[in-house]
Design a protein around this ligand. Structure first.
Ligand SMILES: [Zn+2]
Ligand SMILES: [Zn+2]
Length: 173
């Protein structure tokens, strides 16, 4: 039996994100990295060729709002956890028409009716105190499939994930 909230294969296929583009950083196409948590739904991390995360999404087939659970998971994955701010999380409910006819018919037959709930997390570019740009990155080297999210300067070569290596001190090379 399927776990409550898990997505049937046809809905997973319908949700496969059409090729997106990097958000206000470069014109590169996004690669959707699949990650996994203890939640029943599916995660996608949209990363550009420069390693910048454009958007992270979590989709679950449920009547409940998964936002609180999604926030808790993202905080566990983020350095620091405060990187995940509630107003950067956005909930959307997909009822079918936007997922294609197969998914729409499938969802229409379900009783009780429930849509696919998708929570999007987007971290907007910011500036550090010294004026350098900060963008969201994800490191996938911590025991697949768990990511580590952190902010770093996209212009600086050799940026380091805080969980992989200590951040280089200012002025040191
Ligand atoms: Zn980019
Ligand atoms: Zn790392």
């Amino acid at each position: 039996m399927r776990r409550a909230g898990a997505l049937p294969r046809l809905l997973v296929a319908a949700l496969a994100v059409p090729e997106g583009r990097c958000y206000r950083h470069c014109t590169g196409a996004l690669t959707q990295r699949a990650v996994r948590s203890r939640l029943p739904g599916i995660w996608r991390v949209g990363v550009c060729p420069g390693g910048v995360v454009s958007v992270t999404s979590y989709a679950e087939w449920t009547v409940r709002d998964p936002t609180d659970r999604v926030r808790a998971v993202l905080r566990r994955w983020s350095r620091p956890p405060a990187l995940v701010r509630s107003h950067d999380l956005r909930l959307a409910t997909r009822h079918g028409p936007e997922l294609g006819r197969t998914a729409e018919r499938f969802l229409a037959r379900q009783r009780p009716a429930r849509g696919v709930r998708v929570v999007y997390w987007r971290v907007y570019p910011s500036r550090a105190k010294d004026g350098t740009e900060r963008r969201l990155f994800a490191c996938f080297r911590h025991g697949h499939p768990t990511p580590v999210f952190f902010r770093a300067d996209p212009a600086r070569p050799g940026w380091a994930c805080p969980a992989c290596a200590p951040a280089p001190r200012a002025g040191r090379r």
